[in-house]
Design a binder for this molecule. Structure first.
Ligand code: ZN
Length: 385
């Protein structure tokens, strides 16, 4: 195991940044969702307590691969080696290469996250386990075909965080995004998965918003849900290397937003991505909360929880311009704050693209094509923004 991980340096505990303390919140606790948003125990039509299917969860431990899944409420575990891999692959019906497991586990994260000259972009946010809405949207806008294969060519798909929690098809959603990321790469396209507060909550052992299906899955495996996404788990490891901020052309994508205080403290995109990967994701809340920099980043004015564009009445266009100029961009695209549809704020400077997919019956995608911005509705209509 050591050899495989020798190039990976997660969980660096020291903090090296000196930041001016002007605008830090001295948080004593982490932000919470509104109480009326908590709907973890709502029964969904797809969920039957007596017939849970979930997985697969691949682990690379002690130099061998194990796959675990739940079938009819029973935990199953198999060792995987090259020859029986196809059997497992067929069982779950997805394109997947055995080599990806080791490759992925040794890939270094990219903190810079800057892309230019991208002709077309589709973005969506806050899927929260609503796989069926996700699939409908991706099919409508020809990101995937009927067999779930990437058909978006050299376009970029941005998944703006919060795939996890609330809903009961989180596993399916994660695997679809993972698979599309691989397929897109082969044709010059790109899938960006950005971390939302809910991915970080799960990876940091905060189980408050997990659907009860996954609590049952974890119990059947005699573990906790966060351990199913540990560093040695394929998808868990993949998530841990994901950024919180990416710039494409003149657009900054970030789950919740960048606040004026974030800019005043001179945080950068790559520095922030690095701090999240190395010091926040998978770290203990105690360590995060006792560190001024980390608690700011995970607080109400940090990039995965901020709601100021929607709620702060003191926020002026001038302040938004300061933020845009600081990052040398013209637009910020955020999710996290749920609206009935995609909205524009401060002219066309901010796009709020959390279109309440989490409710399970509607959703929209943000589209950039031919230098024009659209909202794409679930029925396939494009409305220019
Ligand atoms: Zn969120």
């Amino acid at each position: 195991m050591k050899g495989i991980y020798k190039h990976i340096s997660f969980f660096v505990t020291g903090v090296f940044l000196f930041l001016s303390a002007t605008a830090f919140n001295n948080n004593t606790s982490l932000p919470k969702e509104d109480v009326n948003e908590i709907n973890v125990h709502v029964e969904s039509p797809y969920f039957s307590k007596s017939n849970i299917k979930d997985g697969p969860y691949f682990f690379l431990e002690d130099n061998h691969v194990t796959v675990k899944w739940i079938y009819k409420n029973r935990p199953v575990e198999r060792h995987i080696y090259g020859k029986n891999f196809n059997v497992v692959k067929r069982k779950f019906g997805f394109e997947f290469n055995y080599d990806w497991i080791q490759q992925d586990l040794t890939t270094e994260p990219d903190f810079v996250q800057r892309y230019s000259n991208v002709d077309k972009i589709i973005a969506l946010s806050d899927v929260h386990g609503q796989y069926d809405v996700l699939v409908r949207l991706l099919k409508r806008f020809e990101v995937i075909d009927d067999h779930f294969n990437w058909t978006y060519g050299n376009g970029h798909l941005v998944v703006l965080g919060d795939i996890m929690d609330r809903g009961d098809k989180v596993t399916e959603s994660l695997w679809l995004i993972y698979r599309l990321e691989k397929q897109a790469e082969t044709v010059g396209g790109k899938v960006h998965f950005l971390l939302g507060n809910h991915e970080i909550m799960v990876l940091n052992s905060d189980a408050r918003y997990i659907h009860e299906k996954y609590l049952t899955t974890a119990r059947l495996f005699e573990t906790t849900y966060d351990k199913l996404y540990s560093e040695s788990n394929l998808i868990g490891n993949w998530l841990r290397k994901k950024p919180v901020m990416v710039t494409i052309n003149d657009m900054l994508f970030v789950h919740a937003g960048v606040s004026e205080d974030f800019v005043l403290n001179n945080f950068t995109r790559s520095g922030t991505n690095k701090l999240f990967t190395e010091n926040i994701v998978g770290n203990s809340w105690k360590e995060i909360l006792t560190n001024q920099t980390l608690s700011f980043l995970m607080g109400n004015k940090g990039p995965v929880w901020y709601r100021g564009y929607f709620e702060d009445t003191t926020l002026t266009e001038e302040k938004i311009n300061t933020i845009l100029n600081y990052f040398e961009i013209n637009h910020i695209i955020v999710g996290h704050t749920s609206m009935p549809n995609i909205v524009t704020l401060f002219g066309d400077k901010i796009y709020g693209i959390d279109s309440s997919i989490k409710l399970g019956d509607y959703g929209e995608v943000f589209i950039y094509e031919n230098n024009t911005y659209y909202r794409g509705t679930i029925s396939g209509t494009r409305i220019e923004l």
